[in-house]
Design a binder for this molecule. Structure first.
Ligand SMILES: Nc1nc2c(ncn2[C@@H]2O[C@H](COP(=O)(O)OP(=O)(O)OP(=O)(O)O)[C@@H](O)[C@H]2O)c(=O)[nH]1
Ligand SMILES: [Mg+2]
Length: 257
C-alpha cells in the first residue's frame, strides 16, 4: 500500500467505526482537516490562530543552548521525535503551509531549534521545530533540547512523535522515560505536559490499524504513564488527517481555548 491511498473519510470509518477513538488513541473529526464538529466559539478561536496561514513566520533559530532566543513571552510548544518521524511536516500541516518548515526524505534534516510565530502580529503562540533523536541524532542536539526544556518558562507542551510504520524502538522508550523526569518538579508542579502523536498512519495497511495503534499506545504508556494519549495523524494525506485535533490540542495547551 502506498501513502495517500485512502480518502480520509474511509480511513476514519475503518479505524474508528464512527467513534472518536480506537482504544485510547484520539482521532480527528469526520471531516479530517476541517473544524466541523467543534463549537462556534472554539472554531472562532482556532480561525484566529491558524486561519491566516500566511501570517505564520520563522522568527529565530538556535544551534546551541546559549543561542536560544528570548522572544516576547508567547506560549510555546515544541516537537520531539526520532529523525524522519515527520515533525517538520506535521507543523507545516498545522500551519496550512507546504514548505515554511523544511522537510526531507533524508533523516537528520532539521539541525537546530527553529521558532515560528503563529497568528497575525504580535502573534498568538510559538511553534518550535527541533532536530530528531536516535541513530541520526547528535549529542549536542540532545543537550540543547534539554537546556530548552529546563529553562523555557513559555513552554506549555512537548509533542512526541512516533512513526506508525515503525512503532517505538529503544530510543523512543528512553526518550519517553527521560521526558517523564521533567513532568513532576520537586514542588509537585508540572512545568509542561507531554502529548504523544502517531504520524504517517497512511503507511499502515487498513486491517492493521487497530493492532498497530493499540500496541503503540501500550508502549507509550509503559514508558511514560503521564503522557497524554496519542493523536493519530497523516500529513501526507489530502487533506491531512488529524490536523483539526492537533490545532485544538495546541490551542488548549497554550491556554487559548
Ligand atoms: N507517508 C508519509 N510520509 C510523511 C508523512 N509526514 C512526513 N512524511 C515524510 O517523511 C519524511 C520526513 O519528514 P520530515 O517532516 O522532514 O521529518 P522530521 O521528523 O522533521 O525529520 P528530521 O528533521 O530529519 O528529524 C519526508 O519525506 C516527508 O515527506 C506522513 O504523514 N506520511
Ligand atoms: Mg525536521
Amino acid at each position: 500500500m502506498t501513502a495517500n491511498s485512502h480518502a480520509p473519510m474511509s480511513l476514519f470509518r475503518v479505524i474508528n467505526h464512527g467513534k472518536e477513538r480506537v482504544g485510547n488513541c484520539l482521532l480527528g473529526s469526520k471531516t479530517a482537516a476541517s473544524l466541523a464538529g467543534y463549537s462556534t466559539s472554539a472554531k472562532a478561536v482556532m480561525e484566529k490562530i491558524f486561519g491566516d496561514s500566511k501570517s505564520a513566520e520563522f522568527v529565530a533559530g538556535a544551534g546551541s543552548t546559549t543561542s536560544i532566543p528570548k522572544l516576547h513571552g508567547l506560549p510555546e510548544v515544541i516537537v520531539a521525535g526520532r529523525a524522519n518521524a515527520g515533525k517538520s511536516s506535521l507543523f507545516n500541516s498545522v500551519l496550512g503551509r507546504t514548505s515554511l518548515l523544511h522537510t526531507s526524505k533524508k533523516p537528520g534534516h532539521t539541525q537546530q531549534l527553529n521558532f515560528f510565530r503563529v497568528g497575525a502580529e504580535p502573534g498568538k503562540l510559538v511553534l518550535v521545530d527541533a532536530p530528531g533523536y536516535g541513530a541520526r541524532g547528535r549529542p549536542q542536539w540532545g543537550e540543547m533540547f534539554d537546556g530548552y526544556l529546563r529553562t523555557r518558562k513559555e513552554l506549555r507542551r512537548v509533542y512526541i512523535l512516533f512513526n506508525a510504520k515503525h512503532g517505538l524502538n529503544g530510543y523512543d522508550t528512553q526518550m519517553l522515560s527521560h521526558l517523564s523526569t521533567f513532568l513532576v518538579s520537586p514542588s509537585g508542579a508540572q512545568p509542561f505536559t507531554l502529548q504523544a502523536v502517531i504520524t504517517k498512519i497512511d503507511t499502515v495497511p487498513v486491517d492493521k490499524f487497530p493492532g498497530v495503534l493499540e500496541k503503540m499506545r501500550k508502549d507509550i504508556f509503559a514508558s511514560a504513564p503521564l503522557c497524554l494519549p496519542p493523536i493519530v495523524t497523516s500529513s501526507l494525506m489530502s487533506p491531512p488527517f488529524g490536523i483539526d485535533l492537533m490545532k485544538k490540542n495546541i490551542a488548549e495547551a497554550c491556554g487559548l481555548l
